[in-house]
Write a protein that binds this ligand. Structure first.
Ligand code: SME
Length: 177
C-alpha cells in the first residue's frame, strides 16, 4: 500500500492548542463521552464514540483510532482519518512499542524515527503522535489508542493524563461485552 501525501478535502491540517485551551477541550470532550456512554458495554460502540467525540473537540487530531489486539498482533479498529495500516506487528512502530511496553508513547517528530521499524508511516502528513494502551477489567491489553497530528509536538502530559483517564474509565473500570 502506498501512502499519498495529498490531504483529502474532508480532512484539515492540525491546529495545536495551548495548555489552557487543550484542558478546556478535553474537559468538554470528557463530559460528552461520559454522557453518551452511560450504561453502554459494547466495546466497539465505546471505541467509535470516544474516538468521534475526541476528534470533534481536539483540532490537532488528524488521524485518530484504535488498533485492537487480535491473533497476536494489532489490527485496525474504529478510526477517523485517511486510510490506516490494517495490521501492525507488536515488534513494529510506535503502536507496537506501546503494546509491548504497555506504556503511553509520545513522539514529537515521527520522521526522526527509523521508518518501517520504529515508526510506520500510514500517512506521510503525520508529524507527531501519542499512543495509549487500553486494558480490560482483567488488566489485559485489548487495544492501543493512536492519535496523529500534522504539527510537530502536538501531544504532551495533558493529552496523556486525559486519554489515560478516559480509556481507563470506559474499558478497565467498566463492564465490557
Ligand atoms: N503511527 C503508527 C502507525 C499507525 S498510523 O499512524 C495510523 C505507528 O508507527 O505505530
Amino acid at each position: 500500500m502506498s501512502a499519498s501525501a495529498e490531504m483529502p478535502y474532508f480532512i484539515k491540517p492540525s491546529l495545536n492548542l495551548d495548555a489552557e485551551a487543550k484542558r478546556a477541550a478535553y474537559e468538554q470532550a470528557q463530559m460528552a463521552i461520559d454522557a453518551n456512554l452511560e450504561g453502554e458495554t459494547d466495546r466497539i460502540l465505546k471505541m467509535a464514540t470516544i474516538n468521534s467525540v475526541l476528534k470533534t473537540y481536539l483540532p490537532y487530531y488528524y488521524w485518530a483510532g484504535f488498533y485492537v489486539v487480535k491473533n497476536g498482533r494489532l489490527s485496525v479498529g474504529p478510526y477517523q482519518g485517511t486510510l490506516g495500516c490494517l495490521h501492525i506487528e507488536f515488534s513494529r512502530g510506535v503502536c507496537g512499542k506501546a503494546a509491548r511496553e504497555q506504556k503511553t508513547q509520545i513522539v514529537d517528530d515521527v520522521h526522526a524515527l527509523d521508518q518501517g521499524s520504529a515508526h510506520i508511516a500510514c500517512d506521510p502528513n503525520s508529524a507527531s503522535e501519542i499512543v495509549v494502551p487500553v486494558f480490560n477489567p482483567q488488566g489485559e491489553l485489548i487495544a492501543v489508542y493512536d492519535v496523529d497530528s500534522t504539527q510537530h509536538s502536538s501531544f504532551d502530559e495533558i493529552d496523556q493524563g486525559y486519554l489515560e483517564k478516559i480509556l481507563e474509565k470506559h474499558f478497565r473500570l467498566s463492564a465490557l461485552e
